[in-house]
Design a protein around this ligand. Structure first.
Ligand SMILES: Nc1ncnc2c1ncn2[C@@H]1O[C@H](COP(=O)(O)OP(=O)(O)OP(=O)(O)O)[C@@H](O)[C@H]1O
Ligand SMILES: [Mg+2]
Length: 248
């Protein structure tokens, strides 16, 4: 990540703190997405014009060209979707805070994933501290972060196992711990897994944990990984009940 940033920004970033590097990277991605969006929309318009031009061609030509244009159109839409996603995640790491009941968010996330988990014979269990008050959080982004953590846990277990979410309140900090009985994380990779694009999955983007960590940080909290005493990974998101010196 350091060398990508250094090349893109033309400056040495090795002295910056991890949080500053993450922030720079997300701004860089945002800039990239913005700049890619303009040529994309002009491509889109021209493809539409070409589709209109098709009408005046001989039927044989039309039949030959229409499917190709359709593919270009489809791929352009896909690119636009990707750019949109990057703009969203790279936008100012702002959060729309409101009073949120974490158990509600958690049960929503569990319900979303239960069919997939059941198909793999994986049990999802959630335990929430009874004394947990509502917290100031962004429900949409919190849902996204929890989904990323639980999906990783299910993927790590693969089949027949257990994913557990424990929510507890300690010293004004809400701890959301997602643990699984998968293979765990090699100790030398405990930091690397949060790097953008780090993945060990053939179909993974390697952005899931990075995004989840950004979301935790945007709430004034943190996201950390460790291995449980009985093996398996434990991802712990900490969110302060009250944010000091921040207005959102
Ligand atoms: N619960 C877990 N157990 C073991 N390894 C994990 C766990 N969660 C994450 N990892 C490791 O961290 C890597 C990065 O995770 P991350 O969610 O960022 O990306 P991904 O899951 O590979 O891809 P994506 O989330 O985009 O589908 C994973 O590829 C995996 O190697
Ligand atoms: Mg993931």
């Amino acid at each position: 990540m350091e060398s990508i940033l250094a090349k893109a920004l033309g400056q040495d970033v090795s002295q910056l703190a991890a949080a500053e590097k993450r922030d720079l990277l997300s701004r860089l991605l945002g800039r990239l997405a913005h700049e890619v969006r303009n040529p994309l929309s002009s491509l889109d318009i021209h493809v539409q014009l070409l589709e209109e031009d098709l009408a005046s061609l001989a039927p044989q030509m039309r039949e030959q060209l229409a499917p190709r244009l359709e593919i270009i159109h489809g791929e352009l839409h896909r690119l636009e979707g990707i750019v949109q996603r990057f703009l969203r995640l790279a936008g100012p790491a702002g959060v729309d805070l409101e009073l949120v009941e974490i158990p509600r968010i958690l049960s929503h996330v569990c319900e979303l994933l239960r069919p997939e988990a059941a198909a793999r014979e994986i049990e999802i269990a959630a335990r929430v501290d009874d004394s947990l008050p509502p917290v100031m959080a962004d429900p949409v982004r919190l849902t996204q972060a929890l989904l990323n953590l639980l999906i990783n846990a299910i993927q790590a277990v693969e089949r027949k196992g257990r994913v557990e979410v424990n929510v507890a309140l300690t010293d004004g900090v809400v701890c959301v711990a997602v643990s699984d009985n998968g293979p765990g994380i090699p100790p030398e990779k405990l930091a690397a897994i949060f790097e953008p694009y780090y993945t060990t999955k053939s179909e993974g983007s390697g952005l899931g944990l990075w995004i989840a960590q950004q979301i935790a940080t945007a709430h004034g909290g943190s996201l950390q990984a460790q291995n449980g005493p009985a093996g398996g990974a434990v991802l712990t998101m900490r969110l302060p009940l009250k944010r000091e010196g921040a207005s959102g």
